[in-house]
Design a protein around this ligand. Structure first.
Ligand code: BES
Ligand code: ZN
Length: 613
């Protein structure tokens, strides 16, 4: 018995799951899902099979052929705070088990929105976020990316709603009584006001890429393999269709750089503002925050990033979260190569520069916990959501960029294509990457300190900032602000969100309140429609003690649930020896806003409160 993953009860001696067949009954009034989960293992197994669950109740485990019950037990409460509860099923020479379970209303993967919390205010909405380790809060599974599985799913939902998934849609039809997997204790499963949406995913994916959304959905066609979905509100759909009109071009650039797009469709789903991330690379159906819809370069950047995961992340997957940089570092590198082609070198350099600031800041944030400034980490006992940072993204990017500089772009491009071709549909770790690197680029270990990069803490000396006139200009303007000079109007006339974002990130942490006010008086940053800019400014305002911005802070914390905005604002309010009234303010706003946050975001804000008291 050895764990394959610090975040899973999966045992290395057990066969891994190869297929999951799900029947899900959505009960909106109770915010719960009843599930019949049929797991198929790679080989028949005898003994005690261990699976991951979190806040699930299990009503039965059955042999799917005879429907006879199989002995099972859930590990005793309280659950492990990170892993949840293990479900042990005793089987004898079985390759299939059928589990009947029910989620709880606080399933960590699911956000349930009541009608008033939606745009149209008439129908409820529910969506998933399974990365990193939340799939187990929907159905029991070997919730490790080491277990790549195909899946099929039947979603039984109210007839007025429709469903999308990270899978191919194959049918929408009335329910039939037999399909509740033995759980059909009453007729609700096949009532007249219900409909079944059927999906199939026949490419093996890690469990964190399992995804659905159910609500009153609409869509617009934006390309030969792309639709944009969102709540069926014409204004939202139109704005989204316009923002993402260039998606096919981005896919073609990705294919040129990294090889064929293997997932057939590349649809986009724009979620409600509470979506906790900028984007999530669910295969065939990327999930996006609506905050990127603002008609500038940011939408394309997030799309480029999530698209890039189609190769780095979804085709080649980190074996477990200790090697998360293999997903995000590669994807950040790939994203910037796409951005460079589509938007030019200067935009790519700006992104590298913004990323660099983020890296410097996060290395500082982890100065008492240097483990999380490494690329290869040890996350045993640690909740991946609590240590999410730009390190795997930006240090990972820097590492690959360093190798590119060493061997030249043509050789690196060839290496990347070979890497993708070799490991596609596999889950790998850092050592497998390093072995492949050394085998294909002989002598690389003499030129680049591979051990320092992957196992060392902090930022290696051969990392670097981008070389770009615009980037240098903005950084030096930020330097001058310290001496009391504000940028002139002619200097910022061409600035968009990213320029302001970079400028604000490069300002010193503590700025005089009078300077903050003067900057806002001239450029109205506190009310920017661009959230990166607004949050960057409000953070400064909080540190400088400018209380007149607190209503804007409150408004922001109540209208979006993206953790990229929540984390810095709540942290600025409660960190260090922050004033007591700021902490009281933060707690009040949180208590009023948290019903609108996804459970993951809620947990992250609670962790900030716990850390800073
Ligand atoms: N896969 C991540 C989001 C994620 C990471 C969810 C870890 C849960 C756990 C996604 O691809 C991502 O990196 N999103 C970024 C987009 C940005 C880099 C353009 C985000 O949400 O900010
Ligand atoms: Zn990513």
């Amino acid at each position: 018995m050895a764990p394959v993953d610090p975040h899973s009860f999966t045992d290395s001696d057990h066969p891994l799951t190869t297929h999951v067949s799900l029947t899900l009954y959505f009960d909106f009034p109770s915010s719960t899902i009843s599930a019949a989960t049929l797991l198929t293992l790679a080989a028949p197994f005898s003994g005690e099979l261990t699976l991951d669950t979190r806040s699930l109740s299990i009503s039965a485990v059955l042999d799917p052929l005879s429907l006879s019950p199989l002995p099972f037990s859930l590990s005793p409460s309280p659950p492990d705070p990170v892993l949840g509860q293990s479900l042990t099923v005793t089987v004898s020479d079985k390759a299939e088990v059928l589990i009947l379970s029910k989620t709880s209303a606080d399933s960590s993967a699911l956000q349930w929105l009541s009608p008033p919390q939606t745009f149209n205010k008439t129908h409820p909405f529910v969506y998933t976020q399974c990365q990193a380790i939340h799939a187990r809060s929907i159905f029991p599974c070997q919730d490790t990316p080491a277990a790549r599985t195909k899946y099929s799913a039947k979603l039984n939902v109210p007839r007025k709603l429709s469903a999308v998934m990270s899978a191919k849609h194959v049918d929408r039809r009335p329910p039939v009584a037999a399909e509740a997997g033995g759980a059909c204790e009453d007729s609700i499963w096949c009532a007249e006001d219900r409909i079944v949406e059927e999906f199939v995913m026949d490419q093996p994916i890690p469990p964190y890429l399992f995804a659905f959304a159910v609500g009153e959905l609409g869509f617009r066609e934006v390309g030969p393999r792309t639709r944009v979905y969102s709540e069926a509100t014409p204004a939202v759909l139109d704005a989204a269709a316009e923002e993402f009109a260039g998606t096919e071009e981005i896919i073609r650039v990705g294919e040129k750089l990294f090889g064929a797009y293997e997932w057939e469709r590349f649809d986009l789903l724009v979620l409600p503002p509470s979506f906790p991330y900028g984007g999530m690379e669910n295969p065939r159906m990327v999930f996006l925050t609506p905050t990127v819809i603002k008609g500038d370069a940011a939408g394309a950047q997030v799309v480029a990033h999530e698209l890039a995961h189609s190769w780095t992340g979804n085709l080649i997957t980190n074996k477990n979260n200790d090697h998360f940089w293999l997903n995000e570092g590669f994807t950040t590198y790939a994203e910037r190569r796409i951005v460079e082609e589509v938007q030019g070198e200067e935009r790519a350099a700006m992104n590298i520069g913004i990323g660099w600031r983020g890296l410097v800041e996060d290395v500082e944030r982890f100065k008492d916990n240097l483990e999380f400034t490494k690329l290869k980490t040890n996350q045993a006992g640690v909740d991946p959501d609590d240590v999410y940072s730009s390190v795997p993204y930006e240090k990972g990017f820097q590492f690959l960029w360093r190798i590119e500089r060493q061997i030249g772009r043509p050789a690196f491009d060839e290496f990347l294509k070979k890497y993708i071709g070799t490991f596609k549909f596999q889950s790998i770790d850092t050592d497998m990457f390093l072995d492949f690197l050394k085998a294909n680029i002989p002598g690389i270990g003499d030129e680049v300190d591979l051990k320092l990069w992957t196992e060392g803490t902090g930022i290696p000396p051969d990392a670097m900032e981008p070389v770009s006139d615009l980037y240098s200009k903005i950084v030096s303007l930020a330097e001058e602000f310290k001496l009391g000079r504000m940028p002139r109007e002619d200097e910022v006339a061409d600035w968009h969100g990213q320029e302001w974002e970079l400028y604000l990130e490069n300002l010193p942490k503590s700025v005089e309140a009078s300077q903050v006010r003067a900057l806002d008086a001239r450029y109205r940053l506190s009310e920017s429609k661009n959230y990166e800019v607004r949050v960057g400014f409000l953070k400064l305002g909080i540190s400088a003690g400018c209380r007149e911005y607190y209503s804007e802070v409150e408004k922001t914390l109540k209208e979006v649930g993206r953790m990229l905005y929540l984390r810095p604002l709540y942290t600025a309010l409660v960190q260090g020896d922050g004033k007591e009234e700021d902490k009281v303010f933060a707690r009040r706003v949180f208590s009023e806003a948290c019903d609108c946050y996804h459970p993951i975001a809620k947990g992250v804000v609670e962790a900030i409160f716990a850390k800073f008291g």
